[in-house]
Design a protein around this ligand. Structure first.
Ligand code: ADP
Ligand code: MG
Length: 326
C-alpha cells in the first residue's frame, strides 16, 4: 500500500508547490474563506496550511489520510458534474507517504479538536485530542525525507518558494472572497485581504501590480451560455515574457495552447514578437461542455466546442482592445 502511495505521489507531488496546491484545494472545497500558509525553507522543512472551513469530524480523520477515501464523489453522475477541486481521494495519502503529515481539525459542531498523524510506513493513523479553532490545519514536515531521489530534484529554497508564491497568486485571482496570508520563515510575505467582487481590481493590483491595473481594460461578453470577462492590457503597454497571463475556466487556472492562440491572435500585429499578451480573464461555461480533468497536474482543458470557444475568445478580446484603443 505504502509503495503504491509513493508511486502515486510521484504523479501528483513533484515539489512543495504541488503540496500547497492540493491542500488549498481541500480547504476551498471545505468552504474556507481564510487561509494562512506557513512555509519554511521553501517548503522542504515545513508546509502548514490553516483554514476556517467545515473541518473533519474525529471519526473521519484517519479515513481522510487513507487512499481513495474521498467524501466528494458518491456516484458516476457526481464525477461527470464535478464541481469540487479535488475528487480523487489521494492527495493526503500521497503526501503522507513522502512526508510527516499531521492533520488537526475541529468542525464547528464538535466540542474538541482532534489530531491525526501517520507514523512510519504502515499508514495506520494515531489520534489525540488537540487545541484548534473551527477549521483544519494540515502540517507537512520534511517533504521527501524518505525519498532521496525525489529530494534531489528540488531546487533552491528561493526557487521552490517562488513556485508557491506564483501558485498563491493564481489562487488569489480565482477567489477574491478568500483572505490569504503567506508566511515564509516566520515572515509575512503576502497578505491578500478578501474583497467584494466589485473591488476585484484592488486584489488584482495587489497580486499582479499596478503596472497591470493602470493599463487594464475591462471586457465582458456572453454567447450561448458562455461568458468571458476580465481585463486585458492594450498592446503598447504589454511588455516582455513573464508579464501577467491568467486565464480561468470555471474558476480553474488554465494554460491552454488553444486559448493562448486565440488571445494572441486578437492582438494581431499590434503586439510585436518580443512582447506578451497581458491579461486576467475568466471564462464561464456549463460544466458538461468542458473537461478540465484531462490531466490532473497540467493546466489543460478540453472544450467540447473548441472551435466556437476559440472564436468567441478571439472576438471578445479583439473587440475589447479595439473599443479601448479608440
Ligand atoms: P479529495 O480531496 O480528492 O477528496 P484528499 O486526499 O485531498 O482527497 O482529501 C481526503 C478527504 O479529507 C477529503 O475528501 C475531505 O473529506 C477531507 N479533507 C481534507 N482536507 C480537508 C480540509 N482542509 N477541510 C475539510 N476536510 C478536508
Ligand atoms: Mg483533495
Amino acid at each position: 500500500i505504502s509503495l503504491a502511495n509513493q508511486i502515486a505521489a510521484g504523479e501528483v507531488i513533484e515539489r512543495p508547490a504541488s503540496v500547497v496546491k492540493e491542500l488549498i484545494e481541500n480547504s476551498l472545497d471545505a468552504g474556507a474563506d481564510q487561509l494562512t500558509v506557513d512555509i519554511e525553507k521553501g517548503g522542504r522543512r515545513r508546509i502548514r496550511i490553516r483554514d476556517n472551513g467545515a473541518g473533519i469530524v474525529k471519526e473521519e480523520l484517519a479515513l481522510a489520510l487513507a487512499r481513495h477515501a474521498t467524501s466528494k464523489i458518491h456516484s458516476l453522475a457526481d464525477l461527470e458534474a464535478i464541481q469540487s477541486l479535488g475528487f480523487r481521494g489521494e492527495a493526503l495519502a500521497s503526501i503522507s507517504s513522502v512526508a510527516r503529515l499531521t492533520l488537526t481539525s475541529k468542525p464547528a459542531a464538535q466540542e474538541q479538536a482532534w489530531r491525526a498523524w501517520v507514523e512510519g510506513r504502515d499508514m495506520s493513523a494515531e489520534l489525540a485530542p488537540a487545541s484548534h479553532p473551527d477549521g483544519t490545519t494540515v502540517d507537512v514536515e520534511d517533504l521527501f525525507f524518505n525519498t532521496p531521489a525525489r529530494r534531489k530534484f528540488l531546487r533552491t529554497d528561493k526557487t521552490e518558494f517562488t513556485h508557491i508564491d506564483d501558485l498563491l497568486k493564481r489562487i488569489a485571482l480565482s477567489r477574491f472572497d478568500v483572505r490569504i496570508v503567506l508566511n515564509h520563515n516566520q515572515k509575512t510575505v503576502r497578505n491578500y485581504p478578501a474583497v467584494a467582487a466589485q473591488d476585484a481590481l484592488q486584489r488584482i493590483a495587489k497580486v499582479v501590480g499596478s503596472s497591470f491595473t493602470d493599463h487594464a481594460h475591462f471586457i465582458e461578453a456572453e454567447h450561448l451560455g458562455v461568458r468571458l470577462w476580465g481585463w486585458v492590457v492594450d498592446a503598447i503597454h504589454c511588455r516582455h515574457q513573464g508579464d501577467a497571463q491568467y486565464f480561468y475556466v470555471n474558476g480553474r487556472m488554465m494554460r491552454d495552447r488553444m486559448l493562448n492562440h486565440a488571445i494572441r491572435q486578437a492582438y494581431g500585429d499590434s503586439l510585436s514578437d518580443d512582447r506578451s499578451a497581458t491579461y486576467v480573464l475568466y471564462l464561464e461555461l456549463p460544466p458538461h461542455d468542458v473537461d478540465v480533468n484531462v490531466h490532473p497536474a497540467k493546466h489543460e482543458v478540453r472544450f467540447h466546442q473548441a472551435r466556437q470557444i476559440h472564436d468567441f475568445v478571439l472576438q471578445t478580446v479583439r473587440e475589447g482592445l479595439r473599443i479601448n484603443a479608440v
